[in-house]
Design a protein around this ligand. Sequence first.
Ligand code: AHR
Ligand code: AHR
Length: 497
Amino acid sequence: MNAHVKVWGVKTGTISPLIYGHFIEHLGRCIYGGVFDEDSPLADSSGFRKDVLEAVRRIKCPVLRWPGGNFASAYHWEDGIGPRERRPKLINYVWGGIETNRFGTDEFIEYCRRIGAEPYLAVSLGTGTLDEALHWLEYCNLNTPTKYAEMRKTFGHPEPYRVKYWGVGNEVYGPWQVGHCSAREYAEKLRQFAMFMKALDPSIQIIAVGADDPEWDLTVLKHAGKVIDFISIHQYHGSEDYYETVAAAYYVEERLKLLASLIKSTRMDHVKIAFDEWNVWYQVDPEEEAREKGIVYLEEPYTLKDALFAAGIFLVLHRLSDVVGMANLAQMVNALGMIKTQKDAMVLTPIYHVFDLFVNHTGTVRLGCEVLADSYAIRAKSFLKGRSSFALERVPYFDASATYDPSRNVLSLAMVNFHRDEPCEVAVDFSDVPAGKEGQLFELTAPDVLAGNDFASPNRVVPVSRAVALSESSYSLPPHTLWVLEVPLEGALGGTV
Ligand code: AHR
Ligand code: AHR
């Protein structure tokens, strides 16, 4: 197979660093036993797993969403503050098990500070009220001599937390959600929550629940568009079929473009897309788990195939960076987790390594990039319980994104050969950019698309890197492979962004 890439030395936009965000929820072992594990020999004095913390730091998590997800819709934040031994133990009736509330707002904020992430809180629209949301905002962000701000100080946090991102509700369009309601009902609640929350703290940004449904999304945008900053969309894909999984990134591209066109049609151009839940999820059925074990864990195993879907997602998010302002993988640890833990060990899945390559080796300035490649048609239908089937006429076997990192004067070309069996001979045209003589190549691949890492073999799928001469104009990408090629520049690039 052959492909052509032409890189133009022209800046065409900026890519929000927030697209590499994450999400943690009180679900299975995501928080307790994952992020936070007071009994673990690997925990620090705050109860945070040190190995997980270090791994998350390495991929510079820019924004972290919490406490859910579905859990958020039945969460009362006041249960999770104050002395830990006095916090109530409650039944987690959303995902099963007992919620000890030992990880609450103060622990979450401390975690965000330790990993350098912006906190993103989701207020409850299920059993929660407007009062409760405003009290939480006061607790977090205000310095007034009032009950909740004083409460934060009493618990040892004199300085306001300045939480910028606030989600109003989670997936309330779905019958599985506590607080399920109609688009009209949601849009009016959202308008009120956003209006009063912004009156309390005008510096915050509001993320509205989008449903990936034009009727819902238009209702929200028309009724409350003026008071929101983001509208969300969630996408879970994948199946045991390789092409159904990797092609799903291009279905996601269609859905993001559709949402962008709704934003445009309502003239709400200030509203960005928050793609705040996305991942591969097809093996673990929450209802079955709940029936069998009483607790939902969603410990979905991930392989190279799933990592290439993730790589496709980032190529798409680079292309759509003018409209997508944030994205959050669902989720960070254990539950649908890109990191898996046991009491005394941690495994990084191939999806984690995709984050590593994109976060640490691509830039935040988008460059002009033309890609010519073969494509295939697909009809995908085997997602968990038939959700999210799709058909696409033209899915590329090869795709690429060119970006630029001004701080290092490095151009970076991320390329994926999605072909399962054939290598791709890529002719790369760098003639429009002042490329140096030698680049650094980072590669993520494995002999088998179903290869993954586990506790016995944690390094089966890991990135490798080598120097490459840039005098060559053609490169051979192995089948099912992600490459990130860093190209040091010897001069300036055109265009301003
Ligand atoms: O990430 C798991 C769940 O998927 C989230 O709680 C929910 O928002 C979505 O349905
Ligand atoms: O797609 C939403 C998911 O469907 C919910 O999170 C899960 O509980 C249900 O099966």
